[in-house]
Design a protein around this ligand. Sequence first.
Ligand SMILES: [Zn+2]
Length: 213
Amino acid sequence: MKYMEQRQQIVDFGKKLITEKLTTGTGGNISIFIREDNVMLISPSGIPYNETKPEDIVVLDLEGNIVEGTRKPSSEYHMHCIFYQKTEHINSVVHTHSDYATAVACLLQDIEPLHYIIGSVGDRVRCCEYKTFGTQELADEAYRVMGNNNGILLGNHGALAVGANCEEAFSVAKDIEFLAKLKIRAEAIGKPALLNSEQMEVVVEKFGTYGQQ
Ligand SMILES: [Zn+2]
């Protein structure tokens, strides 16, 4: 079987989605792009993360056709494909339904720069409009709102993180959840003092994230 290392990574990070409380049940999905072969590996649909094996990972081309695998690919494969089709630096996408990020996404609010960790995501965590799950429309909207950043909220749905590899995308997904939790907790007791644009310029430069293309 090809791509054993990447298959195992998707299995391992899938388990981490559960243990790090970034999703429950079969919610969310993870993919890795194999740039030299122009194919992506994605978690299967409807199989619990704790039961997913390397052979369950589905290999797709960028039109969404199954190249290898007997399982059904995650229904959100469009939202993964589009970043591999249209960028040259993104090689992994992690989608979660983590509690706090999803709560903010249900308000259709952005996460403002209230803590310097936001620099790992970009200038702010924008929230895209609600679109039906599993559609090209959602993929297009997510891509449009992502811009040069590494993560967004999906309106009334969850969070989406991208990175040069799976570790990076997963780490951004964790940071988005942390920031959403801070926003909710801070706003419960007052109005957070936001970092201004000069402070944010320094932060994003230190993180080396913004405008990396
Ligand atoms: Zn979802």
